[in-house]
Design a protein around this ligand. Sequence first.
Ligand SMILES: [Fe+2]
Ligand SMILES: [Fe+2]
Length: 164
Amino acid sequence: MIKKDEFDSIIEPLLDIEEFHELESIEHHGITRYNHSLRVAYYTYVVTKLLHLNYKEATEAALLHDFFTDEVDDENGVFKLRRHPGYAVKNASKYLDLSPLQEDIIKTHMFPVTFTPPKYIESWVVDIADDVASIYERSYSTRRQLSAAGVFLFLVVVNFFRIR
Ligand SMILES: [Fe+2]
Ligand SMILES: [Fe+2]
């Protein structure tokens, strides 16, 4: 059964990692990379639990799948997309003794942008959860921008008629 308490108890030890909190100030798909990571971890927890997979290891790895900060600043779009899983593995392994499953999850979460396909079902779940979260977050931020533009236009029109 899906339990929010269980999800919290899996991720809480990792939320003590100070370096991980740097993601709170990095923009990612229109939200913070920290919140994106939490969302992917939660989707992963729900799906892997329902499918009776290794939900604990999968949820931990999902939380750390985008654990990179400024390593990719100098790289262009495609390199950034391809290289950040490697940086995330390096950073995650400083704090967590990654199992082969967890390393595969982080390394392959950008497949097919990166070329090596996931080896485990859990890795496929995280790959898809990341895509679903990204689509949701991008559309959310677009909707927010559109509504901000709508409010701005409304104020321009109101002021225009007031001046006249
Ligand atoms: Fe990523
Ligand atoms: Fe991601």
